[in-house]
Structure formats: C-alpha cells, structure tokens
Design a protein. Structure first.
Length: 106
C-alpha cells in the first residue's frame, strides 16, 4: 500500500488577508482621490469661497445700479441725474461748460 504524504502549505492561509488588503487599498485610494473623496471636498470648498466672493461683488454692483435707477423713477426724478444720463448717452455738453475726460470704469 502506497501512501502519499503532503506537505502543508501556508499559501491558503494568506489568500483571505491578501484579498482583504487589496479591497482596503482600493477603497482607501478612492476615499482620498475619488470623485467624492477628501481632496475633492477641499477643491469644492475653495470653489465655494471663490464663487461667494464673486457673488458679493455682483450683489454690490447690483445695489449700486439699483440706487442709480431709483433716482430716475417718477416722483423722485432728480433733474441732475437725468441731465447727466442724457448728456452721457448723447455725448453732448454746453459751450460754456468745462468737460473733464475720465477713463471709463470698465
């Protein structure tokens, strides 16, 4: 009678930890660098700060324009504002006036 003796191998005991390490490294990498990862959160926070400053600037510009438009409404029509707007639109001035040329705000 022949008997075959087998040597016990440790590779079977390493398969489950190796697969678990691969899964953990895959998900760990994507937790930092993925579309919804930690670094993406920081980039989104920077973008939010940038857009907030842009929004504040646009709101200030809008308030300035609304104040100027308010001066042109009926009942509160200010003649100087109307005269200034008409002269600017038509590019006119009276002969006895001094015209000071300023660079445009744009």
């Amino acid at each position: 009678m022949w008997t075959r003796q087998r040597k016990k191998r440790n590779t079977g005991a390493l398969i489950v930890p190796a697969v678990a390490a691969l899964f953990l490294s895959y998900f760990g990498f994507h937790a930092f660098h993925g579309e919804y990862g930690i670094y993406s959160k920081y980039r989104l926070e920077e973008r939010v700060a940038q857009l907030q400053t842009n929004l504040d600037r646009v709101k200030g510009e809008r308030m300035r324009l609304e104040r100027r438009v308010q001066l042109l409404h009926d009942g509160t029509l200010e003649k100087d504002m109307l005269d200034e707007q008409a002269r600017r639109a038509l590019n006119l001035s009276l002969p006895d006036e001094v015209t000071i040329m300023r660079p445009s705000a744009r």
